[in-house]
Ligand binder design. Structure first.
Ligand code: XBP
Ligand code: MG
Length: 292
């Protein structure tokens, strides 16, 4: 479809440049061009894909998932480091588990004599094993509305992708437990791009892989860093808040909700026009794209 649209835009450009003369011969006027442009815009504005962040968006994985796994890895290595809920909130300013450990050591244990380039990957691998084990036990559930919307999109042929800072193994553990990795055309995770969120790299990577333009996609995020990344890639974003992110600045978001909602568990709206609906479905997603 996209190729066809490009072809159409291209051929219009060609005619236009040869001629305003040609249009003049046929007695056509600018209205026809406007109509054509509007038609093209509407085609371009058709929703093609939903792109989901993982941690905090698909599920509230941080406090009772990643944090617990980090602490278990530290304890197993006989390190007396405990990341409390509030300290972890501070550390979430740093995206990526390996980067987070390094930042913690710089801030709280700057005198540590260990070789960090060996210690950090080891700790992080142990943490990944603990995290995957936690998820396999089913201790972390998806957030309201996530599975419903993803299933609806999949059934309707809307393309799906993941854009996360998490390590691929960790992202997959959640998706395998509660969804289906096959539903996602692209699962972009962790170190696949040089710069993690808030850099836009991971979203640009997904757009490039799917050969889509930003105005054909809707992103789902939970954090300021995630929003910064999607916004800088030119994407429109729905934010679902949680305890760790509810005080952050989401003025760049199109919509801010407490969760995506279910027919029997409606969302609360903090920003955006949701057409008097209580849960986000594909029809609403499409509306958000057209109004972009
Ligand atoms: C959140 C992150 C991740 C997780 C930890 O990513 O920053 O680093 O906290 O996962 P997102 P890893 O919200 O983009 O999914 O230890 O696997 O990095
Ligand atoms: Mg997140």
């Amino acid at each position: 479809m996209r190729d066809w649209v490009n072809l159409a835009v291209g051929s219009r450009g060609g005619r236009g440049s040869r001629g305003s003369r040609e249009w003049g011969v046929w007695g056509e006027n600018i209205n026809l061009i406007n109509l054509f442009n509007t038609f093209n815009q509407l085609i371009m504005r058709e929703l093609k894909a939903l792109i989901f962040d993982v941690d905090g968006t698909l599920a509230e994985t941080e406090r009772d998932g990643h944090r617990i796994a980090f602490n278990r890895a530290f304890a197993e290595a006989n390190l007396n480091w405990i990341w409390s809920e509030s300290l972890y909130g501070e550390l979430l300013e740093i995206s990526g588990g390996k980067e987070r450990i390094r930042y913690y050591l710089q801030q709280y244990h700057p005198d540590l004599m260990e070789d960090l380039d060996t210690l950090i990957p080891q700790l992080h691998q142990d943490k990944t094993n603990h995290y995957r084990h936690l998820l396999s036990l089913g201790e972390i559930q998806l957030r309201p509305g996530v599975k419903r919307l993803i299933e609806e999109a999949y059934q309707e042929g809307i393309r799906l992708a993941i854009a996360t800072t998490s390590t691929l193994a960790n992202a997959l553990a959640l998706i395998e437990k509660h969804l289906n990795p096959q539903w996602f055309e692209v699962i972009a995770a962790g170190d696949i791009v040089p710069n993690k969120k808030p850099a836009p790299d991971i979203y640009n990577y997904v757009l490039n892989k799917m050969q889509l333009s930003p105005d054909q996609c809707l992103v789902f995020e939970d954090s300021f860093h995630g929003l910064q990344a999607s916004f800088d890639a030119g994407l429109q974003t729905v934010i679902t808040l949680h305890d760790y992110t509810k005080h952050q600045d989401f003025s760049l978001a199109s919509v801010v909700l407490n969760h995506l909602g279910e027919p029997n568990n409606n969302f609360k709206i903090f920003k955006g026009d949701m057409n008097n609906k209580g849960y986000l479905d594909l029809e609403l997603c499409q509306k958000l794209i057209i109004n972009y």
